[in-house]
Design a protein around this ligand. Structure first.
Ligand code: AMP
Length: 543
């Protein structure tokens, strides 16, 4: 047989029992916390119509999904679960008389991403959707749910950052950007801020390093790829400028100057010239911002057939200034007010944001950062947005993301229902548990291991095992007909606390010989007493 048939496709994993145990542990904790707050579980199909996902995220999402054709048209493996839930609501599958609806889901999602540590093509999301409350306390409850899950898992060191898309949208509208153009700006803005964030992270790692290799091979190639991409975009523009074909005036040429160091990044890394790489990264970050600004100002943003919005440079600069506001609420909110003023739609959005942050304190959520650079790529976010990172997870540090999406259900043809929700990446929670040494010890396969020492007593041993199980004891009966000594060592290996040895005498007298596998003490007892004895031993009492 061809070996390649057996190779798992990239970005997919198998989960042996030890791995599954970690996932089940996390999922059970999540279920417990969410149900404590009154949320109920739902399940939606693994695939849906492609258009369901493309509706709000645009055709560009195609390249990031697994799409396939069927007799009913194009389908896609779900990349997330919010759109399917909005579909459920819009098509009347949920009882709206119980508004606000409080639902949660846990299940696999699929994205055609480039796999790397913490990023897979099949991964698990656990999320909530609170549908039907427009109030800031709903935003706060949802954020609290996320931090509570982390607390219950014993995970410390997370960074919670909160932004607000309503403030950004109101600002853009105030500056005269047409609404559809705002929608077309949000996605690229997210890509821009995430790229800047990645460059900043690599820079930090390099500037903190004294020696050694602060970046793994994956990260180094990602850094090089990103810098190269900016170089390519810049060169394309410079070439067009030379040929007189660029829409960007030649006067800007100086801002896009070539920097040959970008070709030597690997060499610089190998010789440990980290300061030099930091300098390149700073320049690349600046150039990426300048390129985006010039492209939006001179090429413009297309937002419909023949419709283009050209963003004045000062509006772009102010947008960048807005997105750079970050800090504790009592610093960030005054800074926002100073930059944007307090009138009209902007003023309303700011007040709403303030109220949500205040409500967070009622839930006891503190220590978060207001960060206006959080622009969640999907266009459907309309208000508060938030992300939770574990910086120690490196490039794939984000474990949770969410926010308010008040228009989605209506856009799917349902009633006008405000909603707020989030999704955790379960795989990354498991990684965070592993890295912080918080994985609970694996539970053994069974607590009691029953050994029939000969074929004649199989009948009695199996019947007794069934009774042990009926009394709630996790019991395995040997199915291997091995010698007693071998069986005892198997029982040890399985982690059983007790073995029950059954020979002809036990069968005849209707007893069970219970052996403590730690102390090696043995007692022979009738079934009922044996059960009591085993339970006491498992509860920590002496046998
Ligand atoms: P998103 O729907 O993009 O907001 O994702 C929600 C969460 O899912 C993120 O915070 C990640 O923790 C997780 N996630 C997203 N994409 C992946 C992936 N490709 N592999 C593993 N986890 C992912």
């Amino acid at each position: 047989m061809e070996k390649s048939i057996l190779r798992l496709p990239r970005g997919l994993r198998d989960f042996p029992p030890e791995e599954m145990a970690k996932f089940s542990y996390v999922e059970n904790k999540i279920r417990r916390v969410l149900e404590l707050y009154g949320y109920q579980e739902v399940r939606t199909p693994i695939f849906e119509r492609f258009d369901l996902f493309a509706l709000r995220s645009g055709e560009e999402i195609r390249s990031r999904m697994f799409v396939f054709s069927t007799d009913e048209g194009e389908m896609a493996l779900r990349p997330e679960v919010t759109a399917p839930i909005a579909r459920m609501v819009a098509t009347g599958k949920l009882d709206l008389s119980k508004k606000p609806l409080k639902i949660y889901y846990i299940g696999p999602c699929y994205r055609y991403d480039e796999p790397q540590a913490g990023r897979y093509r099949e991964f698990w999301q656990a999320g909530v959707e609170l549908i039907g409350s427009p109030y800031p306390e709903a935003d706060a409850e949802v954020i609290r749910l996320a931090t509570r899950v982390l607390e219950e898992l014993g995970l410390e060191g997370y960074v919670l950052r909160i932004g607000d898309m309503a403030v950004i949208r109101a600002f853009l509208t105030q500056e005269g950007v047409p609404e559809e153009a705002v929608n077309r700006i949000i996605g690229p803005l997210d890509v821009l801020t995430s790229s800047l964030d990645k460059l900043r992270m690599y820079r930090e790692k390099l500037s903190e390093a004294n020696s050694g290799r602060p970046l793994g091979p994956d990260k180094l190639s990602d850094l090089i790829r990103r810098c190269d991409e900016i170089r390519r975009l810049k060169e394309e523009e410079l070439l067009k400028m030379d040929a007189g074909e660029s829409l960007i005036p030649k006067a800007y040429e100086g801002l896009l100057e070539p920097d040959p160091r970008v070709y030597r990044l690997k060499e610089l890394y190998e010789e440990g010239s980290f300061d030099e790489i930091c300098d390149v990264l700073d320049k690349k970050a600046e150039e990426l911002v300048v390129l985006t600004k010039l492209r939006w100002a001179y090429y413009g943003v297309e937002y419909g057939p023949g419709q283009t919005y050209k963003m004045p440079e000062e509006v772009f600069d102010k947008l960048m200034e807005l997105m750079s506001i970050s800090g504790p609420g009592d610093e960030a909110l005054p800074a926002l007010e100073k930059l944007l003023g307090r009138s009209g739609q902007v003023g309303q959005a700011l007040s709403r944001f303030e109220e949500a942050l205040k409500a967070l304190s009622w839930f006891g959520v503190e220590g978060f950062t207001v960060d206006m650079s959080i622009v969640r790529g999907l266009e459907y976010y309309t208000g508060t947005v938030f992300e939770i990172d574990f910086p120690f997870l490196g490039a794939q540090k984000q474990v949770c993301g969410g926010g308010r999406y008040d228009k989605l259900v209506e856009e799917f043809g349902g009633p006008s229902l405000p909603a707020v929700g989030f999704a955790f990446g379960v795989d990354r929670l498991v990684l965070a548990l592993e890295r912080s040494g918080k994985v609970p010890p694996a539970r053994p396969r069974c607590d009691v291991y029953v050994i029939p020492i000969s074929e004649e007593v199989l009948d009695y041993a199996i019947r007794a095992s069934e009774q042990l199980r009926s009394s709630g004891l996790r019991t395995e009966v040997s199915l291997s007909r091995r010698k007693l000594r071998e069986e005892l060592s198997i029982a040890d290996k399985l982690g059983a606390r007790l073995a029950i040895i059954i020979g002809p005498r036990e069968a005849e007298e209707g007893k069970l010989t219970v052996r403590d596998l730690e102390t090696r003490e043995q007692v022979s007892l009738p079934l009922k007493e044996a059960i009591r004895h085993v339970k006491a031993a498992l509860a920590g009492g002496k046998t």
